[in-house]
Design a protein around this ligand. Structure first.
Ligand SMILES: Nc1ncnc2c1ncn2[C@@H]1O[C@H](COP(=O)(O)OP(=O)(O)O)[C@@H](O)[C@H]1O
Ligand SMILES: [Mg+2]
Length: 396
């Protein structure tokens, strides 16, 4: 395949290893500086320029987008997506994982365990928020920090308040998070490629430091992950839309707590600690997937007027509970079930014989009007916009 590695650091360990692994496997590979692309929307089809000239054809890109160029970098990746070039990490995956609040919001609805986290704006809400996550000591995080910078452990509520106030006065948004003491300055980095963990390490913070990042002097050792950690890491990466990801987890009392999902994980620490060819695993995965460029399913499918994607919940409905899917009547109503979600389990392309249970969530493609009637307690028609009332504001 012809592969472009998007990177501004051609000499870095990670980029060199990825390039070497691709060359060793007989691929045609180029490292291209992300900031030298031009997004060309002037022609009939979306196009890209590189260093001022039309870019030649590539089968796949591997984005390594640094935190300082997220906006431009994701725009370039998005353009490759429009051109049907395969990327293991989508632009929306990179964007979602980059912001710690956004990532936490998305992961939490899928039942991924994380340290208790809150986000508030008003001064008056800060102390209740700290108390809600368990009080001091408490962790305060900048939304877009990396390498441990911007992660602070506040010993008391007073100090926490002062830090938050200072940061907010400089227009920095912060997360307030429970300090997971039992993790004792250690965390797990799992390197996910596709649907498996290809390598994992434990990082241990130096001395009385609580942040275990390698850049903060943390030491690393290889670990064998148990099932719960592996599954959590893979699911977190999948939910974020990342096929290559470094998932950071704390070792909580009841199992893994996801802290963040990195879309451009460094390879030096993990390859050194595990002696595994992680770069090779990434290249092999891309080679294997290159025929399946990313398709925004929702966007593509909703082009058929009147049809769309919706999630139907089996909610005690006697017509559905205990019935095989084939007898649910959905197909007859022009509704196709794409996946069935049951708790944390996912059944893709469920068969006609699949028996439905209460609480199942069905991701469906079909006639919107038919599906609307199955989504309870929503108005059938879009209501008309009413006239502004005589007294638009009630004085109190
Ligand atoms: N809630 C927490 N409880 C205990 N330790 C934490 C917590 N959050 C972060 N840490 C420690 O700080 C490190 C950096 O935090 P992380 O959220 O991964 O930020 P960064 O993006 O800067 O790496 C983690 O690897 C972990 O060792
Ligand atoms: Mg981290």
């Amino acid at each position: 395949m012809k592969l472009a590695i998007l990177s501004r650091a051609p000499r870095s360990y990670s980029t060199q290893r990825l390039r070497t692994a691709a060359l060793d496997r007989g691929h045609d590979v180029k490292v291209l500086n992300t900031l030298r692309f031009g997004i060309d929307l002037s022609g009939d089809v979306p196009d890209l320029q590189f260093r001022g000239r039309t870019l030649s054809h590539y089968d796949a890109v591997l984005p390594r987008i640094g935190n300082s160029i997220t906006y431009y970098g994701t725009a370039v990746v998005r353009q490759f997506e429009q051109m049907d070039v395969y990327t293991p990490n989508t632009s929306s995956g990179i964007t979602n994982s980059r912001d710690k609040l956004r990532a936490t919001q998305i992961l939490s609805r899928h039942g991924i365990e994380m340290p208790a986290t809150t986000f508030v704006q008003d001064r008056a809400d800060v102390i209740p928020a700290i108390e809600r996550v368990g009080g001091a000591p408490v962790v305060i995080k900048l939304l877009e920090g990396t390498q441990g910078i911007g992660v602070i452990l506040a010993p008391t509520i007073k100090v926490a308040e002062a830090i938050i106030e200072t940061l907010q006065s400089t227009r920095q948004n912060v997360l307030i998070q429970r300090f997971v003491k039992e993790s004792k300055g250690r965390d797990i980095r799992a390197l996910v490629v596709g649907d498996r963990v290809v390598a994992a390490m434990r990082r241990t913070a130096q001395g009385d430091e609580f942040r275990s990042n390698v850049h903060r002097g943390g030491s690393v050792e290889r670990v064998e992950l148990d099932e719960a950690y592996e599954q959590t890491a893979v699911r977190a990466a999948q939910i974020m839309g990342l096929k290559v990801a470094g998932v950071d987890m704390l070792e909580g009392r009841r199992g893994p707590l996801v802290m963040e999902v990195n879309s451009s994980p460094g390879l030096e620490g993990i390859e050194t600690a595990t002696k595994l060819d992680v770069a090779g695993a990434i290249i092999d995965y891309i080679d294997n997937q290159v025929a399946f460029p990313h398709i925004d399913v929702r966007e593509r499918l909703s082009v058929s007027t009147g049809y769309g994607v919706a999630e139907l919940v089996v909610n005690g409905d006697p017509d559905l509970v205990g019935k095989p899917l084939g007898e649910s009547g959905l197909r007859e109503r022009d509704i196709t079930v794409l996946t069935l979600h049951r708790g944390v389990q996912v059944i893709p392309n469920p068969r006609r014989s699949q028996v439905l249970e209460d609480g199942d969530r069905l991701l469906c493609w079909g006639k919107l009007e038919e599906m609307r009637s199955m989504i309870p307690a929503r108005p059938k028609r879009r209501s008309r916009v009413k006239r502004l009332p005589k007294n638009p504001i009630h004085e109190d």
